[in-house]
Ligand binder design. Structure first.
Ligand SMILES: C[S@@+](CC[C@H](N)C(=O)[O-])C[C@H]1O[C@@H](n2cnc3c(N)ncnc32)[C@H](O)[C@@H]1O
Length: 215
């Protein structure tokens, strides 16, 4: 961690990080309001989380990440931008989803550029596959969305197949979705695009669907 990230972590983690606990979260108590909650799994350095939270004060953002430097960076951004609608859980997302996310309580999942695990023998470590997809679908409120973006063709295709097979989810597009104009780009994405890797997006909803990805 940089010195700034260390300082932000030391001073702000007690305010904005929610400790792991095997109990469903009470979002009204955590955020101090009943606004919809968007969960971002693996926010990296948190630039997308901070940008979205800044432009959508009417929504709450819960980021789940295991990378301490990234958590320090997002805490620094929270302070710099005076964000009050972001909370962080520093823990494995699978266990968080199993134990901490309330059923039908999430308004949207963001999973942007998850670790691709390129080697075939490591594919089982990929986050976006069943049965984890079904677990996340159970956590979504009716009409809520699941938004996935990847620069790894093989991962995106296997995620599409897994999401299509999930009984609770419906694709808003015929296959991949167009880019959502409201999603800020990360440095990671810019590097992927500069290296010629195509970005693929998936935008599913839990029935009843109330919006599409614009296709
Ligand atoms: C390739 S990075 C992408 C970060 C960010 N979403 C972006 O677009 O720049 C993937 C991130 O997911 C996090 N991650 C991977 N597996 C995780 C898990 N099981 N629980 C929480 N975070 C995880 C990693 O620590 C890493 O920061």
């Amino acid at each position: 961690m940089s010195a700034a990230q260390q300082k932000a972590y030391a001073e702000l983690a007690p305010l904005f990080c929610v400790p792991f606990s095997p109990m469903p979260l009470d979002f009204a108590a955590i955020f101090g309001n009943k606004n919809p909650v968007i969960v971002e799994i693996g926010f990296g350095m948190g630039s997308v989380t901070a940008a979205l939270a800044g432009s959508h004060p009417e929504l709450n953002y819960l980021g789940i990440e295991v990378f301490k430097a990234g958590i320090g960076k997002l805490l620094w951004e929270i302070d710099k931008r005076s964000l009050r609608n972001v909370r962080i859980i520093e823990h494995d997302a699978v266990e968080c989803a199993e134990k901490m996310l309330p059923d039908s309580g999430i308004s949207g999942f963001h999973i942007f550029f998850p670790d691709p695990w390129h080697k075939k023998r490591h594919h089982k470590r990929r986050l976006v596959q069943r049965p984890f997809i079904d677990l996340l679908a159970a956590k979504l409120a009716p009409g809520a969305y699941f938004y996935f973006v990847s620069d790894c063709k093989d991962y995106a295709e296997s995620a599409l197949a897994g999401l299509n097979a999930a009984p609770l989810l419906t694709n808003t597009c015929n296959g991949f979705a167009p880019p959502q104009s409201w999603r800020p780009k990360t440095k990671f994405e810019e590097k992927a695009a500069a290296a010629g890797r195509e970005i693929r997006e998936l935008y599913f909803v839990k029935q009843p669907a109330y919006k599409t990805a614009g296709c």
